[in-house]
Design a protein around this ligand. Structure first.
Ligand code: NAP
Length: 273
């Protein structure tokens, strides 16, 4: 069973979800991508994160195929481009996303990153969609502390880069969110499958627990109670691994990771991809 976490409105979501960046970019891969998402749903990773940006709508179509006939099992997160985040642009972008997703409701709709439109206008657009029932809640992504503090009440999450080689948010953003009861969605939790997974520290901790470095990376992010992790995987072996990643790391594990992937000692500007 994947542990749940409560959103500010009281809805429960699993702490482990599925990402979809780079899905929907190639027609010939779409079936395997939708199959991977369905496998993940069956294994309890029922939160799915997507965006109008991913594959320019292609990822939302893959998600739509994966959730067809089982919409109510899934908690759907999508994101609006900053250039669409105006009072009139938001409902139009949301309508396009809903069509591609094959549903009439996005559970959580995020501003993908801060652009040039006033936040008040974006939030007014989100609130209007919420009042109409087209979205369940709204949130942001790639917001650092000062951006978050400008927001009016009602934000449901901040989705940010977080893994052992990108842990600057532990200095200020994570403590702020913990104090305010705001869940944080950790993106790229396995470092996009790159150098992070060759870390000696992760390998050592993985060997102690009989798991893989990717599972250690995910479990490491989930040690904060309010963190939701959204690894993306198309390979079914990766999907199975990720769904079984909620192991508990002890002090010795965390110290071994800190020794190689040092925690922040001062404010770092928010890193983003
Ligand atoms: P990620 O989840 O850290 O890594 C995905 C890559 O790692 C894929 O190549 C995947 O391979 C591989 N992988 C997954 N599980 C693995 C495992 N157990 N062992 C070995 N390799 C594994 O990176 P991400 O896709 O950048 O981030 C996750 C999600 O966060 C995205 O998909 C997206 O939904 C969201 N995101 C949001 C933002 C934002 O600005 N808000 C930015 C980046 C990402 P296969 O696919 O071949 O299985």
């Amino acid at each position: 069973m994947i542990r749940p976490v409560l959103l500010p409105d009281g809805r429960a979501v699993p702490v482990l979800g599925q990402g979809t960046w780079h899905m929907g970019e190639r027609r010939e891969a779409a079936r395997a991508e939708a199959d991977a998402l369905r496998l993940g749903i069956d294994l309890g990773m029922t939160l799915i994160d997507t965006a109008e940006m991913y594959g320019e709508g292609g990822a939302e179509q893959v998600v739509g195929a994966a959730i067809a006939g089982q919409r109510d099992r899934v908690f759907l997160v999508s994101k609006v481009y900053p250039h669409n985040a105006t009072r009139t642009g938001i409902p139009a972008a949301c309508a396009r996303s809903l069509k591609r997703l094959g549903t009439d409701r996005i559970d959580l709709y995020l501003l993908h990153w801060r652009g040039s439109h006033p936040l008040a206008e974006t939030v007014a657009g989100f609130e209007a969609l919420r009042a109409e029932g087209r979205i369940g809640a709204w949130g942001v992504s790639n917001f650092d502390v000062d951006d978050l503090q400008e927001l009016p009440p009602g934000v449901a999450t901040d989705q940010v880069l977080y893994h052992p080689d990108a842990r600057g948010i532990e200095f200020d953003l994570l403590p702020l969110c913990a104090r305010s009861g705001l869940p944080v969605m950790a993106y790229s939790p396995v470092g996009q499958g790159g150098a992070l997974l060759r870390s000696k520290a992760l390998a050592q901790v993985a060997a102690r627990h009989g798991v893989t470095p990717a599972q250690v990376a995910i479990a490491w992010g989930l040690r904060w109670p309010g963190v939701i992790s959204i690894p993306k995987a198309v390979n079914p072996a990766h999907v199975r691994e990720n769904a079984a990643a909620a192991l508990v790391l002890d002090e010795a594990d965390l110290a071994a990771i800190d020794a190689v992937h040092a925690p922040p000692r001062r404010k770092r500007a928010l890193e983003m991809l």
